[in-house]
Design a protein around this ligand. Structure first.
Ligand code: AMP
Length: 364
C-alpha cells in the first residue's frame, strides 16, 4: 500500500516512521531538494501544483494526505478526483481561511472570540469600536506560529498593524484573557469511528509552541471532545485533527483547527498507546483506530532554530530525542524531546531541564 504525502517536512517524516510497521510505503511531493522526510520514501521533487508530478502521485498512491493545510484548493480537488484524499478538500478550505473557519465554528455552535472581517483601514477603525481593546489583527490566510499577527493595545498600533497586512484580507479578534491554552487531538476513520487523546496543555512564546503537556482526566476533556467530534462530524472529516482552544473562566473558546497531525500531539509518540501519526494512517486507511490512552504523564519540548547536544539531552532520565534532520535556521523547528514521569513534581523539574537546553540554543 502506498501513501502519498504532500510535503516532506518533519510531520511527513513522523507519519512515515509510524507507517513502516504497518507495511506502508511513502511517496512525498515537496519542492525542497533536502526536505527532511526524503530519505524515508520516494521524493517527487517539484512544486505542489506541478501537473505532471500531481498526476504521478494520484496514479501511484492508494491514498493521499498532507502535512500542511495551505495546499492550494485546485491541487486538493485534482487529487481527490483521481484518488482518495484525506482529509477532504472541504476541510482544507475551511481551515485555510480564518474567517471561513470562524463562521464554520459558529454554524455548529462552537464559541470563538468576537471577531470582524477587515478589508480596509476604515473597517479596522470601525471594528475596534465594538471588538474593544486589546485585540489581535490576523491575516485570514497563510498565518502560522503567530506570523501575520499584530496585538493592538492602543490607537497608535492600528496603522502599523494594518500596513503589516499589505492589503491582504484580515480578521480582527478580541483578545482572550485565557488561563490556559489547550488542544485536543482526535482521529476519525473513514467508517466514522472517533478516538480522542487526552488534552494537551500548550505553552507558547512569541506565538510559537514551546512545551506541550499531556493532561489526563482534565476537567475540560469532555467539553473539548464534544466540540471536536461536532467539528469532525460536520466536515465528515477523516484523519487526525487538532482543535486549539483557550480556557477562560472554566469555558472553552475555539482559536483554530489544524486538519493534520499537530505539534501539540508529538508527546503521543512515547506518551500514548498509539501515536497521533499511526492513528492518522489508520484513519485514512479505514483501519481500526488504536487506543489513545496515555501511558504516563508526558511533556514535549520544541527546539527552535538550534539543536541540542544529543549526549547532554539523553542523560536526562526517560527522555527521548527526535531530530528532524533539518539544518538549524532562525525560527525553524529542528527537533523535539519528550519526557515522562508519573510524578507531577518530577515532570515539572524534567521539563525545566529540557527547556533550559532548548533556551540555550534557541534562535527564534
Ligand atoms: P494562532 O496563530 O491563531 O494560533 O495564534 C498564535 C498564538 O497567539 C496563540 O497560540 C495564542 O497564544 C495567541 N493568540 C492568538 N489569538 C489570540 C486571541 N484572540 N487572544 C489571545 N491570544 C491569542
Amino acid at each position: 500500500m502506498i501513501v502519498g504525502v504532500l510535503g516532506a517536512g518533519q510531520l511527513a517524516r513522523m507519519i512515515a516512521l509510524a507507517g513502516y510497521p504497518l507495511g506502508l510505503d511513502f511517496i512525498f511531493l515537496d519542492p525542497s531538494a533536502d526536505a527532511c522526510a526524503n530519505s524515508l520514501g520516494e521524493h517527487l521533487h517539484g512544486d505542489y501544483n506541478d501537473p505532471r508530478l500531481l498526476a504521478e502521485l494520484a496514479e501511484r498512491a492508494d491514498v493521499v494526505t498532507y502535512e500542511f493545510e495551505n495546499v492550494p484548493s485546485d491541487v486538493a480537488e485534482f487529487l481527490a478526483s483521481h484518488t482518495q484524499v484525506h482529509p477532504s478538500p472541504k476541510a482544507l478550505a475551511v481551515a485555510q481561511d480564518r474567517l471561513i473557519e470562524k463562521a464554520f465554528f459558529h454554524s455548529i455552535n462552537i464559541p470563538t472570540a468576537a471577531y470582524a472581517p477587515i478589508n480596509s483601514f476604515e473597517s479596522l477603525e470601525q471594528a475596534m469600536s465594538f471588538i474593544g481593546w486589546p485585540a489581535i489583527l490576523k491575516s485570514c490566510t497563510l498565518g502560522y506560529d503567530g506570523k501575520g499577527q499584530s496585538l493592538l493595545k492602543s490607537i497608535d498600533d492600528l496603522k502599523p498593524a494594518w500596513e503589516q497586512l499589505e492589503g491582504a484580507p484580515g480578521v480582527l479578534e478580541a483578545f482572550v484573557p485565557f488561563t490556559r491554552e489547550i488542544s485536543i487531538i482526535a482521529a476519525r476513520n473513514v467508517s466514522g469511528a472517533i478516538a480522542f487523546y487526552p488534552l494537551s496543555e500548550n505553552s507558547h512564546r512569541g506565538g510559537i509552541l514551546r512545551v506541550a503537556k499531556s493532561c489526563n482526566n482534565d476537567p475540560m476533556q469532555a467539553q473539548s471532545e464534544t466540540y471536536v467530534s461536532r467539528l469532525m462530524e460536520a466536515l465528515d472529516y477523516v484523519g487526525v485533527l487538532a482543535l486549539e482552544l483557550f480556557e477562560v473562566n472554566g469555558q472553552l473558546i475555539a482559536n483554530e483547527f489544524a486538519p493534520r497531525v499537530h505539534n501539540s500531539g508529538h508527546w503521543t509518540i512515547e506518551g500514548a498507546e498509539t501515536s497521533q501519526f499511526e492513528n492518522h494512517l489508520r484513519a485514512i486507511l479505514d483501519l481500526p483506530l488504536g487506543s489513545t490512552t496515555a501511558v504516563s504523564k508526558t511533556a514535549m519540548i520544541n527546539f527552535i532554530g538550534g539543536l541540542p547536544i544529543t549526549e547532554e539531552l539523553l542523560t536526562i532520565p526517560n527522555s527521548h530525542l527526535h531530530l528532524y534532520n533539518k539544518a538549524p535556521r532562525k525560527g525553524r523547528k529542528v527537533a523535539h524531546a519528550t519526557i515522562r514521569s508519573e510524578n507531577n513534581e518530577d515532570l515539572t523539574a524534567l521539563i525545566k531541564q529540557l527547556t533550559t537546553l532548548a533556551d540555550k540554543v534557541d534562535d527564534s
